[in-house]
Design a binder for this molecule. Structure first.
Ligand code: GLV
Ligand code: GLV
Length: 320
């Protein structure tokens, strides 16, 4: 019997064709709409593999209705959308896409930092709206990046790649992580700090922590209050790690200078959300790993994981 693979979003045609040489492949084809829950449930019922997006909820209910499922290959490094424990109990393999997106995601995090500090989005809008009447000394003045202090929360691979970029800007690098990262301390001169110390000392706080029970709401009112009034908060990890209400309050009270956000508590964020009307907030739609090159490699890795598992081999990048 030919095994079935369901892909919850239209991906690279070559990758689909490669899978189709071995398996029956079905794809949710809409460019603009995520695969609805009912459709995912229906497809999962007779699928052996799912290739999922980070916006698909792979929970107990879904897994209970997928008797033949052998693998869920998530097109992301994060996998907080998947009930890993429930999957493990059923012997279903979960894979993610670590490493291949590290530099691309670090580029985006650093872009948000730079764009926030130098007010790039505001400045570009200013010109496009025809507001530029004259040059003036403090026109859209921002803050320096070079020689400042960056504080990285979550010093995994992406954190290290951000630190590497920061070194090129002669920044002082602080980090906070569940466990000490001795390699980063040695190779990147990153200095370990408690979370409170990091928040107090940093000019740029860059959050890359994955979403877990422990990290949910980890940056709240108390934490924002510790930040410098001149500091920027960058989040390129997962939205719920920071408390958005507390962030809004802190920005309104000028407890910090601004924010650059790739991730939100609810995605997509509502267009009427108060963060979106703040000039000192840059919001982008969870595009951390979104380069053509990297997304294709992520898709290939998902397909390789699926092929391996459905042919009785070990997956390449199983989550722990
Ligand atoms: C994106 O956020 C990812 O986890 O890959
Ligand atoms: C950080 O969150 C990482 O996975 O590198």
């Amino acid at each position: 019997m030919v095994k079935k693979v369901f892909i919850t979003r239209n991906i690279d045609e070559e990758v689909i064709q490669t899978l189709a040489t071995h398996f029956q492949v079905e794809v949710w084809h809409s460019e603009h709409h995520a695969c609805p829950r009912e459709e995912l449930m229906k497809q999962a019922a007779d699928s052996h593999a799912l290739l999922t997006m980070l916006s698909d909820q792979v929970d107990q209910e879904l897994l209970d209705h997928a008797p033949q499922l052998e693998i869920v290959a998530n097109l992301a490094v994060g996998y907080d959308n998947i009930d890993v424990k429930a999957a493990a109990e059923k012997g279903i393999t979960i894979t993610n896409t670590p490493d291949v997106l590290t530099d691309t995601t670090a580029d985006l995090a650093f872009s948000l930092l730079m764009a926030s500090a130098r007010r790039i989005v505001e400045a570009a809008d200013y010109v496009k709206q025809g507001s530029w009447q004259s040059w003036s000394p403090y026109l859209l003045a921002g803050s320096d990046i070079h020689h400042k202090t960056i504080g990285i929360i979550g010093m995994g691979k992406i954190g290290e790649a951000v630190a590497k970029r920061a070194r090129g800007f002669d920044m002082t690098i602080l980090y906070h992580n569940r466990s000490r990262n001795h390699e980063a301390e040695q190779n990147l001169q990153a200095l370990y700090r408690t979370l409170d110390e990091l928040l107090q000392e940093s000019d740029f706080v860059v959050c890359l922590a994955p979403l877990t029970e422990e990290t949910k709401g980890m940056i709240g009112a108390e934490q924002f209050a510790l930040m410098k009034e001149t500091a920027y908060f960058i989040n390129a990890g997962r939205g719920p790690v920071a408390d958005e209400k507390a962030l809004i309050h802190a920005l309104q009270e000028k407890e910090l200078a601004g924010a650059g956000l790739d991730v939100f508590e609810k995605e997509p964020i509502d267009s009427s959300h108060p963060l979106l009307s703040m000039k000192n907030v840059i919001a982008v739609p969870h595009i951390g790993s979104s380069s053509f090159e990297t997304r294709k490699i992520m898709m290939e890795l998902c397909a390789d994981n699926i092929t391996h598992v459905l042919t009785g081999n070990d997956p390449l990048t199983k989550v722990h």
